[in-house]
Design a binder for this molecule. Structure first.
Ligand SMILES: *[C@@H]1O[C@H](CO)[C@@H](O)[C@H](O)[C@H]1NC(C)=O
Ligand SMILES: *[C@@H]1O[C@H](CO)[C@@H](O)[C@H](O)[C@H]1NC(C)=O
Ligand SMILES: *[C@@H]1O[C@H](CO)[C@@H](O)[C@H](O)[C@H]1NC(C)=O
Length: 317
């Protein structure tokens, strides 16, 4: 719908980025000089280089803020993810509202498993693609979860932001979610947003399930990726991000989920492991007085820990 604006925005980004590139040495955009694959923007990381094509992105809704990227994953990437998950699936859990612990629930009847971050080259490449498309850093993402829904299996509408304190401390709220469809589904398995507040209704024929008619819905198509934001731009929670997975009526559904947090999830994870240095040179730097000269990097703040807390004696182990 608003591809033109999106394109303009992306190009603006291109124009202002060269100024920033010295601050971000490992990641920068360059204009693709070779347009054979139709890509407008290429993002380079230390690991890979790939096309990012804004013309394949459709803005679906502002309440919630939702976008669809057609053909985000190749067939090979989809099949690879399914292969990695097969044989390792367990009944999906949900986070308990109060304790944050994983519990079984009849609201979620799928089975699933978590990949590891940067598990192999294909996973790493998709993680870099996700960061490029969402403009959100890779380290803020959780490892991807692969889900499998068979006949009648579903996930009742829920929020991806948390109600419990334990999860909130681990990287903070999930600012955005990306759902990647790894298979086609003959019928059902739509992603539905029951609290969607669009100005017009989304017309749906008999190819949609009754469940999908409860709100704005997206049909799963192999390779497509749906991005939506769970927080408003002012960082308050957005209740219209309520979403569910409709029961699969015919066929089976495979999907991959990426949750992206407001803070670094990698560092929150490490922080849990206690009082540590995160760079081999910390001790040396501390001796040279860097804890005082460069406190943001070395010590950090309460919410965003620095890299050398142990050597700077900013914590106790
Ligand atoms: C968790 O809290 C939310 C919001 O208060 C509520 O809508 C939901 O039903 C609760 N879920 C459970 C499993 O208690
Ligand atoms: C944040 O933004 C939402 C959506 O625009 C609005 O409804 C809400 O009142 C805002 N809250 C604050 C504290 O600014
Ligand atoms: C430690 O810091 C140096 C200098 O900034 C950097 O090149 C290196 O990658 C860091 N090592 C780790 C493990 O972060």
């Amino acid at each position: 719908m608003d591809c033109r604006n999106f394109l303009t925005f992306s190009l603006c980004f291109l124009l202002i980025l060269p100024k920033f590139s010295s601050a971000a040495p490992t990641r920068f955009f360059t204009r693709s000089s070779n347009n054979r694959d139709g890509s407008v923007i290429k993002m380079k990381t230390s690991a890979s280089s790939f096309g990012f094509d804004p013309t394949r992105v459709t803005q679906l809704s502002w309440t919630p803020r939702a976008f669809l990227y057609k053909g985000f994953l190749t067939d090979e990437e989809c099949d690879h993810f399914i292969k990695l998950a097969k044989g390792k699936l367990e009944k999906s859990m949900v986070a308990d509202n109060d304790s944050g612990e994983s519990v079984e629930s009849e609201v979620r009847t799928s089975s699933g498993m978590f990949l590891s971050k940067r598990q192999d080259d294909i996973v790493s490449n998709v993680e870099a693609k996700l960061a490029a498309w969402t403009f959100l850093p890779e380290e803020n993402g959780e490892s991807m979860q692969i889900l499998h829904y068979e006949n009648g299996q579903k996930y009742e509408p829920h929020f991806d932001y948390f109600h419990d304190q334990a999860n909130l401390e681990l990287g903070g709220h999930r600012i955005a979610t990306v759902l990647m469809y790894l298979s086609n589904v003959q019928k059902g398995g739509e992603t539905v947003f029951p609290m969607w507040k669009g100005k017009t209704t989304q017309l749906k024929d008999d190819s949609w399930t009754e469940c999908a008619k409860q709100g704005y819905a997206v049909k799963p198509r192999k390779g497509d990726a749906l991005l939506f934001f769970n927080l408003h731009p002012n960082a308050t929670t957005d209740p219209t991000s309520l979403h569910g997975s409709c029961p699969v009526v015919e066929g089976e559904k495979w999907s991959a989920t990426r949750w992206i947090h407001v803070r670094s999830f990698d560092r929150a994870f490490k922080k849990q492991s206690g009082c540590v240095d995160e760079n081999e040179s910390c001790e040396k730097w501390a001796k040279e007085g860097e804890c005082q000269k460069n406190p943001t990097y070395m010590v950090g703040s309460e919410n965003d820990h620095g890299y050398c807390r142990k050597s700077c004696k900013a914590c106790s182990s």
